[in-house]
Structure formats: C-alpha cells, structure tokens
Design a protein around this ligand. Structure first.
Ligand SMILES: Nc1ncnc2c1ncn2[C@@H]1O[C@H](COP(=O)(O)OP(=O)(O)OP(=O)(O)O)[C@@H](O)[C@H]1O
Ligand SMILES: [Mg+2]
Length: 270
C-alpha cells in the first residue's frame, strides 16, 4: 500500500505536450507514491500512452518537468539513462515483442543491454522470470507469432521484470484478451506487485482491472487531468467522459459496489 508522506516515485509538474498542431496535455501535475498502483483512464487518443512515454523519458514534454526517483529526466547523465531500465520495467500496449526474436531472447534483451552475464546464468534468470509470470519455459524458444494473446502478455511482463525494477508501467495489459485470460493476467499483476514490491502505473479502460488493482485512478480528458483519487470518488466525478466510462460498465460497478445501483450512477451524472 502507498505511503502518502514518502517522497514520490514520480512527480509531474505543469506538463504540456504539443504534437504537431494538437495540444495533447495541458498543465498536468500529479505524483505517484511509493508502493501504490496508480491507474490512468481516458478516452482513446487522449494522451495516456504519451504520458507514460514521458514518464519513461522516451518522449519529452513540450513544457513542464518529470521527475522519477527524484531525478529530472532531462538531466540524467548517460550512465543514469543507461541504467534506468534496471529501475523501470514497461509493458507496452499490445506487448510489443520483437517478432524476429524468440521468447527467450526477448526476455534476455534488457539484461544483455546493461550487464554481461555468462549464458548459463542468463538462462537461469530468464527461465525463472518466465516461470514467475506463468509462462511455461518449455515454450521459451518459440517466436511471438506462435503464442496466444495471453502468452504474449506473460512474456511482455517477464521482459519488464527480468531486471527486478522498482517501478512498473503497464499500458493496457489485459486489452484484447478473453474474459478468463483478462482475469488471470490481472491476478498475475497483483501477485507480481506483491512479490517484486513494485510501484505500478497502469493504463486501462477495464473496470475489473481498476477494482482489482488501483489504489488511485487518474482521469485524462479534454487534455487535462480531470481528477485523481480513489475509484469510488472518481466514479462520482461529474463529467461526460466519466459518466459514459462507468455507465458502459455499470453492471460490474454494481456488482463490486462502487455504486449501489445503476440508477444511482445515472442520477449522479444526470
Ligand atoms: N509521434 C506522434 N506524432 C504525432 N502525433 C502523435 C504521436 N503519437 C501520438 N500522437 C497523437 O497524440 C494523441 C495521443 O495519443 P496516445 O497514443 O497517447 O493516446 P492514448 O490515450 O494512449 O490512446 P489509446 O487509448 O487509443 O491507446 C493522439 O491524437 C495521437 O494521434
Ligand atoms: Mg495508448
């Protein structure tokens, strides 16, 4: 659980992003606390992936500051930049495995980029990490094209965790999976968070994932950070995006008692 008074793992101050002539983010400030799971929701094309890329230092905001582990990402030394993947793991939207590399080589890649390890040790580490994410090591020499959607997510998680990071970014980790696989991946993330003692930033549009994982939810809409807080508070925030997001999944909101009845949701947002 998050420690409210501890130094934030991520601190975003007055961030603006302009891509071409479009403003994607206007004056966004937020922090991620150590040990918490912060979920980001927002409309498609609303700038969630872009914000993750900015937290990872893969993309520069047009204005404002992003600090990770107390360091301004624009001021990292080359060695700090090189070592960042040892502290931050990421599962990109759709898994983003290298299609020409085997499962083993995909997971080994981050290790090979920062350490020289004897092959036998590397093999132990990669196979053990695959096992942690519920991927059968027997399939470690398959190519990504030979895997099911659920297996791709498990490999992507193993690649993100192989360097034992403190901070994990997940961009839509359960999207595109059948409901049972979605549930399994969500449970796996909860388990890995505990085992690896992670702070997690997750982009999702799935209420079940929010319920199972999120300590706080941040809503991006109309280029702004609309609201951030516990799920039941966010669900009551009066805004058309929030209304349609939760009404579309009202059955599951009721089931989990985020709100008692669909009519309550409708009344709150009428
Ligand atoms: N490299 C780029 N150059 C120009 N525009 C871009 C670039 N990357 C993203 N965009 C635009 O920035 C906006 C935000 O995109 P982003 O991928 O961050 O949205 P998203 O919230 O992750 O969407 P989705 O839910 O569909 O994944 C979109 O309008 C997109 O077209
Ligand atoms: Mg995205």
């Amino acid at each position: 659980m998050a420690d409210r008074d501890a130094v934030p793992v991520i601190e975003i101050s007055h961030l603006w992003t302009t891509l071409g002539s479009a403003i994607v983010h206007r004056d966004i400030s937020l922090e991620v606390r150590p040990g918490e799971v912060l979920a980001i929701i927002g409309s498609s094309g609303g700038g969630k992936t872009t914000l993750l890329r900015e937290m990872l230092g893969l993309q520069q905001p047009s204005n404002g500051r992003v600090q990770v582990f107390g360091r301004d990402l624009t001021r990292l030394s080359p060695i700090e930049r090189k070592l960042m993947p040892t502290r931050c793991g990421v599962v990109f939207q759709n898994g983003a495995l290298f299609s020409a590399l085997s499962v083993f080589d995909n997971v080994a890649l981050p290790v090979r980029e920062v350490h020289w390890w004897p092959e036998s040790l590397l093999e132990d580490l990669v196979l053990a990490t695959l096992q942690e994410t519920g991927f059968d090591p027997v399939d470690a020499y398959k190519l990504p094209a030979e895997l099911s959607g659920g297996m791709v997510k498990r490999v992507a998680l193993a690649r993100a965790l192989v360097l034992e990071p403190d901070l994990l970014f997940l961009d839509e980790p359960s999207t595109g999976l059948a409901p049972d696989q979605r549930h399994a991946v969500t449970q796996l993330i909860a388990q890995l968070k505990r085992e690896f003692d992670l702070t997690v930033v997750i982009v999702t549009h799935d209420v079940d994932t929010l319920i199972a994982l999120a300590d706080r939810v941040a809503v991006l809409a109309d280029q702004h950070l609309l609201t951030i807080g516990p799920l039941d508070e966010v669900a009551r925030y009066p805004h058309p995006f929030v209304r349609s997001f939760f009404l579309e999944q009202a059955g599951r909101c009721e089931q989990h008692r985020i709100v008692e009845f669909r009519s309550e949701l409708e009344r709150m947002h009428s």
